[in-house]
Write a protein that binds this ligand. Structure first.
Ligand code: PNS
Length: 167
């Protein structure tokens, strides 16, 4: 809870780009907190396909008119420091399958060690998205496969512009 009694949650990620699975998580998380900050990592080491500005823009376009308590922002440095700066004591992460658990547990426990006052909560992704990742969507489009329904249309168009093999 923030000092005003409102619960602010941070939903962090690379979002390179946002998928329907991320959107499902955002809508779920927005129902359990008063204010949700979708925080896009400025992860230059991971050599993202899209800039932070593009990733934020795609998130905003995909969320337009769907929720009114969600904000999209960028961050760098330690996630827990960003959360503290934003007055958030809750980090929200999604679990798609048991294989996500090990990595997520490691991150949650490291974050707890760094800032014990900040809790991580896990929400289960919609089962129809349990196989979905930004990485696989990019691979499918790069190889000429059909990724419609896996990412919002606006994202699909951008991905095809960047990746689809020339016909
Ligand atoms: O969508 P992703 O790539 O799984 O998100 C990973 C993310 C952004 C949550 C993680 O890389 C992160 O929190 N990075 C910020 C740096 C940090 O705080 N590292 C220590 C956490 S254990």
């Amino acid at each position: 809870m923030s000092t005003s009694g409102r619960v602010t949650g941070i939903y962090p990620g690379s979002f390179d780009p946002v998928t329907e699975g991320h959107l499902d998580m955002i809508l779920r998380a927005a129902r359990v907190v008063d204010h949700l900050v979708v925080a896009v990592l400025r992860n230059e080491q991971k050599a993202p396909m899209f800039s932070v500005a593009e990733r934020k823009q795609m998130l905003r376009e995909s969320l337009a008119g769907r929720v009114d308590n969600v904000e999209v922002d960028g961050f760098d440095g330690l996630l827990v420091n960003y959360a503290a700066d934003r007055g958030a004591k809750l980090i929200v992460r999604g679990i798609r399958a048991i294989s996500d658990y090990e990595y997520e547990l490691q991150m949650a426990l490291m974050n707890r060690r760094l800032r014990p006052e900040i809790e991580t909560i896990f929400l289960m992704a919609g089962e129809q998205f349990s196989f979905l990742s930004s990485r696989l969507v990019k691979e499918v489009i790069r190889l000429g496969g059909d990724a419609s329904g896996l990412v919002p249309n606006t994202v699909l168009d951008r991905l095809k512009d960047r990746l689809a093999p020339a016909k």
